[in-house]
Design a protein around this ligand. Sequence first.
Ligand code: C2E
Ligand code: MG
Ligand code: MG
Length: 638
Amino acid sequence: MRRLFERQLRKATDDDGNIDIEALGRLVSAAYEEAEHDRTRTDRSIELMVEELTAFQAGLEEEIGKRTAQLRLSQQKLRTQNTRFFTALENMSQGLAMFDRNQRLLICNQQYLNMYDLPRRYGRRGTTLTAIIKARIAAGTAPDIDPGAYIEERLSTAAEGLDSSITHHLRNGRVISVSHRAMPDGGWVTMHMDITELHRMQAELAYQAYHDVLTGLPNRNKLHQELETAFESLDTDDCFAVLCLDLDSFKAINDTMGHAAGDELLRQVANRLRRSVGDRGIVARMGGDEFAIMLRDAGEEQAAGLATTVLDAIRQPLDIEGHSVLVGASVGVAVAPRDGNTPDRLLNNADLALYSIKRGRRGGYRLYEPGLAGSTRGRVQLENDLRRALPNGQLELWYQPILDLESGALSGFEALLRWQHPTEGTILPSLFIPLAEETGLIGPIGEWVIREAFAEAASWPHPLGIAVNVSSSQFDRGNLVGIVANALGASGLAPGRVEIEITETIFLENNSANLSVLHQLRELGLKIALDDFGVGYSALSYLLAFPFDKLKIDGSFVRALDHNPGAEAILKAVADVAARMGIVATAEGIETDAQFSKVRELGYGEGQGFLISRPLNRKGVYELLHSDAAPDLRKAGP
Ligand code: C2E
Ligand code: MG
Ligand code: MG
């Protein structure tokens, strides 16, 4: 103000220093006016500013209120979310663990700790991965690998920061699937799932796909796979062999003793095969009573050696449900690569060799030879052919003379079935009767045999008899008594001239039903013979179960007379038992004069065998019966 006044005073003073009072007065009042104006303006500004500030503060408070409410809501949400997260974490069936970039635990759930038998303290935040792994190794819940290597593997997986999955087989037997997911900050999450059950089921399925459940042996698929591998690694001079094996008379045992016994028999046979082969190869069950063996590094000689071993092993009596059971087997052998350069060809050729041996008398082994392919049919083909055999008139009965050993006279004939196959020639019953039994064709075939044999025998001079073989499966199905009665009626044959030959198998199942059929047959006036005595079940108690008219000891005992001293003792014991029981004893399979004299001396009442005569066809029988000269019974037929 002073400076303003001085400025106004200078303005109102002229050069001579005279002051114009009037001008000064004007100037001063103007200055006062200006200052007043400025003050008013400032006051206004302040007023506005205060207003503005008040409004701003009010807005700010509102905003703060809003924000606080929002924050509270978010906090609440977060709390709910957290609760949910932990509930989820603890309730998930998987184990979960989260680690930071320094491999320290951020969080894990109880499942994770349980899965690896880790004490609670290992779940604390900050626990190192190394500490956890060490604790797992101590608890036996680490994979069955070197602990150091395991730690290294886990740490390097963690360091990689990549997503990965791995299955761990823990030392305690559990199987855990682990997946790692990398997190953006360098840490990672692992999910752990116990897949032990799943794994077990998968393994079980895989096992079942390649193994036979009954015997535990590898199955056809597995053998095929093994053969393929063997072919792949076959060097120029290498060879290996395949042996196909089929049990004789398994069907009968299964039918008569029941499936449980059949299963037990297969298991025992499987064990014997396993023992015989050892680690030299693989034994597989191909289905039913068929087995196959792959013998490594083996040519013809080794394969033949194994075939003999295996056959010997199987021939030893088996103990099935307290019964001593004998089974035989046939073996076909093919050697790779000579007899086939693919698994299928090799197996097929071993099969051909097998069926060619089954066409003849059972038992033994045969090596594949190229000619077989043309002359031997597969089993399926044979089954199809057999269906047509009866309607197409391919079945024939041949008759083997039975001699009364005391008088030397012919006492009758045994009817033996032959199949004249259009391309295969004569097929013997040991090959196709089991097939007929399996397919049910034994029903019509058996009935035809009875009618045909009775009709034929009716034309023979009295009192020549006829013996007819009836298989045990004919007892199970159909009306055997009715069929026999009808055939007797149709042929006019006296029942006393008929003998029904059965084997011990009919006693093994359905015992009382079968016995009742036997009694009914006997009531019709027929005789009942127990055939093939001594092989099979060999229970002397069967002799007490039914009043047999005749006992036919198996030809193998007669043939064994030549080389086995025990045979004579057995033959004698059986003849004595039969004599004591008033049963006629028949010796089958007499091939030499020595055998003939021996069985006569031992007390056998009847005899049969190639020495006396081979089976004859109708014409042969006719000639024999009508020749004036003493019949030369040694003339041969099939
Ligand atoms: P099986 O009833 O024991 O018949 C005796 C078998 O021994 C016959 O074999 C016969 O040809 C044979 N044979 C006879 N003498 C001798 C000999 O001196 N040496 C040798 N090595 N063998 C001899 P085949 O005809 O092959 O019959 C085998 C089996 O087939 C028969 O054994 C019988 O169990 C069964 N069979 C035959 N025909 C029929 C039938 O019509 N129905 C049924 N269900 N089975 C039959
Ligand atoms: Mg017989
Ligand atoms: Mg016999």
